[in-house]
Ligand binder design. Structure first.
Ligand SMILES: Cc1ncc(COP(=O)(O)O)c(C=O)c1O
Length: 325
C-alpha cells in the first residue's frame, strides 16, 4: 500500500467527506514556501497550511531553538509550576499588544483561546453577581469548532447538527458608515444583558475574507465601551502580520478587553493558543473564595517547546526577517 492508501485505511480528515474525497496527498517534507509529496512533486503552500506558517516550512532558526529546548525541558505542568520560555514569551507579547493587555492565559489552539475568552467574560459577570449571559457577535463570524466557539460563529451547515445545543447569541451586521447609528440604537436596547461582544477585527477570514473598515469598528468598540460591554478581539487569523501591521489592533483606535491568538503565534510550528486580558478582567477572579477561580486548563498548557517556537518566530517577525505571507 502507498501512503495515500494507508492513510485512507486509518485516518478521518477534518472537513472532509471521506466517501467522496479525492486521494489525500501525502506530504513528506517542507522547505520555505514549498511542500513535497512522496513522489517528489513540489507544491506552493499558498494557504500557509491554514494560515499558520509565517516564515516558511522547516525554518532553520526555529528548528534550532526548539531542538535546544527539547533537550532541556520538553514539558511541565503549568499549574503550580512555570518556566523561562512561558515567562519570556508573555513579557515579549505584552510589550507589543495594546497597552491595556496585562495578563496572558495559555491554551492550545484558536478555538480554545476563544473558549477561554468567553469563559472569562461570563465568569467576570458571575463573580460580580451580575446577570449577564448573552453574547453579541457578527453575522458570518467564524471563531472555531468547539461548542462555545461554534455558538458564537454564524449558523451554517457546519453548525446545523448541533443547533439546539448552542447557546444564545445575538448576531449583528458588521459596522459601516451607513448602519452605525442603527447598530448603536439596537445595542443600547439590549446592553444590560450582554456579557460580551466577540468579533474578528477588520477581516472575517473563514467567511471569505469579508472586510470592514477599521474606523467603523473603532467607533463600534468605543460605543460598546460606553455601554460597559466587554470586548473579545479574536486575532487568531489576523495576528502576527496578516493585515500588514503586527496585529489588527494596530489599525484600531480603541482597545479590547480580551484578545485571542493562535495560528501564526508559533510561526506555524506547533499548536498553541493565547488569551490575553486587561487587569480589570484578571482582578475580577482574585478572591479568598476559591470558587471565583478560572477553572480552565489543558494538559499541554504553555508547553515549553511551543513557547520557544513562538519566541523564535516573534524574533524573526520583529526583526523583519520574514514577511508574513
Ligand atoms: C478568527 C478565527 N478564530 C478561531 C479560529 C479557530 O482556530 P483553530 O482552528 O486553531 O481552532 C479560526 C480558524 O480559522 C479563526 O479564523
Amino acid at each position: 500500500m502507498n501512503l495515500s492508501e494507508r492513510d485512507r485505511a486509518v485516518n478521518w480528515h477534518p472537513y472532509t467527506q471521506m466517501k467522496t474525497a479525492d486521494d489525500i496527498i501525502p506530504i513528506v517534507r517542507g522547505k520555505g514556501i514549498y511542500l513535497f509529496d512522496d513522489e517528489g512533486k513540489q507544491y506552493i503552500d499558498a494557504v500557509s497550511s491554514w494560515w499558520v506558517t509565517l516564515h516558511g516550512h522547516a525554518h532553520p532558526y526555529i528548528a534550532k531553538r526548539v531542538s535546544e529546548q527539547l533537550h532541556t525541558l520538553e514539558q511541565v505542568i503549568f499549574a503550580g509550576f512555570t518556566h523561562e520560555p512561558a515567562i519570556q514569551l508573555s513579557e515579549n507579547l505584552l510589550k507589543i499588544l495594546p497597552e491595556n493587555q496585562k495578563k496572558i492565559f495559555y491554551s492550545d489552539n484558536g478555538s480554545t483561546a476563544v473558549e477561554v475568552a468567553l469563559k472569562m467574560c461570563i465568569q467576570y459577570a458571575y463573580n460580580q453577581k451580575h446577570k449577564k449571559t448573552k453574547v453579541l457577535a457578527f453575522k458570518n463570524a467564524y471563531h472555531g469548532d468547539t461548542f462555545g466557539a461554534m455558538s458564537v460563529s454564524g449558523r451554517s451547515a457546519w453548525t446545523n447538527p448541533f443547533g439546539e445545543m448552542l447557546f444564545e447569541v445575538i448576531f449583528i451586521d458588521v459596522p459601516t458608515a451607513e448602519n452605525l447609528d442603527d447598530l448603536k440604537i439596537f445595542i443600547k436596547s439590549i446592553s444590560s444583558e450582554i456579557a460580551c461582544f466577540i468579533y474578528e477585527p477588520i477581516i472575517q477570514g473563514a467567511a471569505g475574507m469579508l472586510m470592514h473598515r477599521a474606523e467603523d469598528l473603532s467607533e463600534l468598540m468605543k460605543f460598546c465601551r460606553e455601554q460597559k460591554i466587554l470586548m473579545i478581539q479574536d486575532e487568531v487569523f489576523t495576528g502576527f502580520g496578516r493585515t500588514g501591521k503586527l496585529f489588527a489592533a494596530d489599525h484600531l483606535s480603541e482597545q479590547p478587553d480580551i484578545m485571542c491568538f493562535s495560528k501564526g503565534l508559533t510561526g506555524g510550528t506547533m499548536p498553541m493558543g493565547i488569551t490575553s486580558c486587561s487587569q480589570e478582567i484578571f482582578e475580577a477572579f482574585l478572591s479568598d473564595d476559591q470558587y471565583k477561580t478560572l477553572f480552565h486548563g489543558h494538559s499541554f498548557t504553555a508547553n515549553p517547546l511551543a513557547c520557544t517556537a513562538a519566541l523564535a518566530s516573534l524574533e524573526l517577525l520583529l526583526n523583519n526577517e520574514t514577511l508574513a505571507i
